[in-house]
Design a protein around this ligand. Structure first.
Ligand SMILES: O=C(O)CCC(=O)C(=O)O
Ligand SMILES: [Fe+2]
Length: 520
């Protein structure tokens, strides 16, 4: 008992002092943790975009990427883990986790981050954007057009993902960028875990795979200078030096098994697509000489008063803009109506259709019978094309996001009877541009050396089939990646089935024309 002797009471004081000390330590630590969390929260608050222009904000690929990464990792490391690892107040924990469930269920995951990585890679590859510039928000020229720079952790994440995808060349560039940024990074504290050694650990195998063993070895030594007992680096050192020594004895090294030559990149149409999207490849003045801008009534009485504004883009095969073909309220109505049912786009036919990197967009369909207000648009499409919509498809609404694209393809199918039955193949494509795209997103015709920039309210029209209904392989086309902004289009496919008096055959068959474009 404590009441009978003072000595025991004295001991009690000692115990109390000890407890005070421990709790002070604990509070100090908790305070530090809270300070960290508070700093993180302040920073996130500062990063919050203007909510009136979220479309503009996420139209910027760097904002989209860094937001996804923040939600996938930074919250976890800076808030959730510290709180859940140290707090034992059950009710506090459960009130937080209750609130966080929504984030857990609906928040982006690592797959989203990989998708965003692939989007940026596509932009870089197709538009040839230098890594250091892109990391600082520069797309072309001097200005920081994207108004944001990526942090060291963003660059590390990109580099790591790219190396995992065996894109060692781009991957190593992003890792080098991360290295540059760890020193200058004002947002560095957001992911305090990024260290130079951590970056080097990713960078070294990348250079090894690229066949640059000298550099891999040099960087490996840099790790050892910092951490002389780094096990992997010690192992690497032995292996690398052995190979380098052999090389010095003039025994050439077997080329390392680099990633397989890329089938897609090897295709001529893909190479042309990239050059057309970049604006490197265009029609020559000679090719453009016969193109005209004209007012046209297309033989419809009404349009004699208010003719269409036609801009010819190619005569054979015929490709043309019809400007101001749809008005603002119609465009708004289309987007509003479709917005709720947009789904990731697929390629391939009906049951076999799958999502693919070939087509990164979301789409939905608007049926004329369910949307009587579309009848005016339908009538206008008939007037413009002179074709019947009886065998046409529903209107398709499409939205492309970060790096969103549609790689070169034909709109007609191989076996129309199987896929479309009596309606036959897709004879003509009519494509409304529903918004202006800040940068990128042209519709490209690689074989025609033609990139058609989206113009809000304009309709792009082209024939996919020859007059004799044979496939015209020159009409291979694509949607170039969106660099900034987002792209909304709405398209109608007219089929051959009901056009017998609308677009009759010529005097001779077109069979066998331009076949060499088929597999190019
Ligand atoms: O996005 C584009 O500009 C082209 C779209 C396209 O070719 C299609 O949807 O079939
Ligand atoms: Fe298409």
């Amino acid at each position: 008992d404590y009441y009978s002797a003072t000595s025991e009471l004295e001991r009690l004081l000692d115990v109390e002092a000890f407890i005070v000390e421990k709790f002070e330590e604990y509070l100090d630590r908790a305070q530090q943790e809270q300070d960290n969390i508070k700093r993180f929260l302040d920073q996130v608050e500062k990063l919050q975009p203007d909510h009136d222009d979220l479309e503009g904000y996420f139209g910027n690929p760097l904002n989209a990427f860094t937001t996804i990464r923040r939600l996938v990792y930074d919250w976890k490391y800076n808030v959730f883990e510290p709180i859940f690892n140290t707090t034992n107040l059950e009710d506090y924990k459960s009130s937080i986790s209750g609130g966080l469930k929504t984030i857990d269920f609906k928040g982006p995951n690592e797959e989203d981050l990989k998708g965003a990585t692939r989007g940026l890679l596509r932009l870089q590859n197709i538009y040839q954007l230098p890594t250091a510039q892109l990391a600082n928000g520069v797309l072309a020229g001097e200005k920081n057009q994207l108004n944001i720079s990526l942090s060291a952790s963003d660059c590390l994440e990109l580099g790591t993902n790219l190396c995992e995808m065996q894109e060692y060349s781009y991957g190593s560039e992003w890792l080098l960028e991360a290295r540059k940024k760890i020193n200058e990074d004002s947002l560095g504290f957001i992911s305090p875990n990024v260290t130079d050694v951590e970056i080097l650990e990713k960078l070294i195998p990348a250079f090894y795979h690229l066949g640059n063993l000298k550099l891999a070895n040099k960087l490996n030594n840099e790790i050892l200078e910092k951490e002389s007992d780094h096990e992997e680096a010690l192992r690497n050192k032995v292996a690398y030096e052995a190979i380098l020594a052999k090389e010095r004895n003039h025994r050439p090294r077997k080329p390392s098994a680099l990633s397989e030559p890329n089938k897609k990149e090897a295709k001529e149409s893909y190479q042309l697509y990239k050059r057309v999207c970049r604006g490197e490849l265009r029609q020559s003045p000679r090719q453009q000489r016969k193109l005209r801008c004209l007012f046209s009534h297309q033989n419809v009485a009404f349009y004699r008063l208010a003719p269409f504004k036609v801009e010819q883009l190619n005569l054979d095969p015929y490709v043309a803009y019809f400007h101001e073909a749809i008005n603002s309220s119609e465009m708004e109505q289309i987007i509003e109506k479709g917005l709720g049912s947009m789904e990731r786009s697929r390629v391939g036919q009906s049951q076999n259709a799958t999502t693919s990197e070939i087509r990164t967009s979301a789409n939905t369909w608007l049926w004329y019978n369910e949307n009587p207000w579309l009848s005016k648009i339908k009538q206008r499409l008939e007037d413009i094309t002179g074709l019947s919509t009886e065998s046409a498809e529903p209107l398709q609404l499409v939205n492309y996001g970060i790096g969103g694209q549609y790689e070169p393809h034909f709109d007609f199918v191989e076996e129309p009877q199987k896929v479309f039955g009596w309606k036959g193949n897709r004879m003509l494509t009519a494509l409304f541009y529903i918004n202006d795209v800040a940068l990128g997103g042209a519709t490209a015709f690689p074989f025609l050396q033609l990139a058609v920039p989206p113009v809000k309210g304009s309709l792009l029209v082209w024939y996919n089939l020859h007059r004799s209904l044979h496939k015209d392989f020159r009409t291979k086309h694509a949607g170039c990646p969106v660099i900034k902004g987002s792209k909304w289009i709405c398209n109608e496919w007219f089929h051959e089935g009901t056009q017998v008096f609308k677009r009759p055959c010529g005097l001779s068959s077109d069979e066998g024309k331009f076949l060499h474009f088929e597999n190019k």
